[in-house]
Design a protein around this ligand. Sequence first.
Ligand SMILES: NC(=O)c1ccc[n+]([C@@H]2O[C@H](COP(=O)([O-])OP(=O)(O)OC[C@H]3O[C@@H](n4cnc5c(N)ncnc54)[C@H](OP(=O)(O)O)[C@@H]3O)[C@@H](O)[C@H]2O)c1
Length: 203
Amino acid sequence: MRIAVLGTGMVGRTLGSKLRDLGHDVTIGSRTASDEASTFADAAAGAEVVINATAGAASLEALEAAGADNLTGKLLIDVANPLGTSGGTMTLTVCNTDSLGEQIQRAFPDARVVKTLNTVNADVMVDPSIVPGSYTLFVAGDDADAKRQAVDLLESFGWSRDDVLDLGDITAARGMEAYLLLWLRLFGSAGTAHLNANVIIGK
Ligand SMILES: NC(=O)c1ccc[n+]([C@@H]2O[C@H](COP(=O)([O-])OP(=O)(O)OC[C@H]3O[C@@H](n4cnc5c(N)ncnc54)[C@H](OP(=O)(O)O)[C@@H]3O)[C@@H](O)[C@H]2O)c1
């Protein structure tokens, strides 16, 4: 599959490398073209699937640069977190009554946005087995087919379908993104980013 990974940070590089290993035709997108990356627009134009792995506070800007036409009808997997800082503390730049996932879906109504993978570290995204045991990955989005397509990709990364919890429409991104405030404390307590949470559902 032709996949554009928008983002040259740790997440973009990790996802790009894994997707290439899996045999996909990957283009990395950046503000500036280089030997390793195309512009956001060129990357998205040639892709069947687009992954947003840009800094959350700048994702709308990055996707604008990618171009609405280049996102139309495509699965747009959003792994970004809208993190900022306030007085030295990590904060969410959008929360409570809105989320980055929703902002992206509203700004690009013809893209099929699926929020997922934002609750785990980049290494865990592409190799869930580095955290032993069974645990949960969330997906959310308005388009059921897009979610199915996203889960197929997640399965190819090593996620078990049984561990993927569909939280419903894209408004579930509010909770998925707010979880980052807890994740940061878990990271601090655990002393490693290789961690995850398990949702156990009773009868
Ligand atoms: N690090 C993790 O393990 C992890 C885990 C889960 C989710 N996430 C989320 O994944 C996303 C990527 O994280 P990261 O740590 O790999 O990288 P990052 O430093 O958060 O983002 C780097 C990317 O953002 C782009 N960017 C920055 N400012 C921009 C602007 N003003 N306009 C357009 N694009 C801009 C950069 O473009 P250039 O290429 O042009 O520099 C670069 O491609 C973030 O939203 C993060 O919260 C990270």
